[in-house]
Design a binder for this molecule. Sequence first.
Ligand code: HEC
Ligand code: HEC
Length: 225
Amino acid sequence: MNKRLTVIFVLFALILPAALMAADGGLFDLKNVDVGNISEGEPAEFEVELRNITGSPLNINKVDTSCGCTIANAPKGPIAPGETARIHVTIDTRGKMGDISKELKLFTSGGRDPHVLTLKGRIEHFGDSLPDPSVIFQGECASCHVGDNIEQKQGAVLYNSVCFICHKNGLGGSSKASGDIDKIIAAGIPGTSMPGFSKEAGGPLSSEQLKALSTYVMSIYYPDR
Ligand code: HEC
Ligand code: HEC
């Protein structure tokens, strides 16, 4: 097994509770954290310190991270007014490229709306090897990125189970994409986190599914081509 280096960064929040308390009546003093440059392929760990800027004790009941590649643990028990809580975050950086942004939603005793903490960073690569975006089809990653009964899905249902997760704003914005859509879907876009979905590329889709998906994508997103 590879030796995985783990770097722990301790990010101390600036102590501005009074100023921020006045700002918008939030729960904690920190909303955005720049985690800097992290290397692809290694789990990156961070400690994020958040100060309770309300006048009452807060319990963090749950932390939601949308992608299973990010795990966040909050301390148990109440955080007194003015005190800080340390959230431990681990990001599995496999298959990622370039700028990343991960939202953590902290559900607390302070109300129905979660406190949203956005972590931003940049993925660095060492050596000549490009990341392998097909990791999302393997292990526990596949539970969300592939899902059940994949071989029975077609068209819009198939698109919604495997594509929408990364393409919430539709398709068409890529500057790196070239060539035909069939090829992009089957082989991915090298040097990006767009994986190839063909069996040859490590993906879950048959050639019939690839063809049908490409027809669907063309009709929805590229009707003029
Ligand atoms: C609980 C469901 C779930 C699991 C498990 C999961 N993901 Fe995700 N993944 C998502 C969702 C939702 C998004 C889109 C929102 C986001 O980026 O957080 C996403 C986005 C991504 C992206 C594109 C955005 C980025 O971060 O670059 C990559 C790459 C990714 N996941 C890799 C992985 C890997 C690797 C694993 C396994 C270690 C994994 N995912 C496990 C739900 C999941
Ligand atoms: C893990 C995230 C991820 C998943 C899952 C994913 N894509 Fe992508 N896709 C990307 C990224 C990132 C790019 C843009 C690459 C760039 O230009 O930097 C992209 C680009 C594309 C492009 C080029 C045009 C554009 O909109 O930028 C097409 C077409 C595309 N994807 C289709 C699909 C289809 C169809 C699926 C499902 C079979 C899919 N993608 C699933 C991440 C993903």
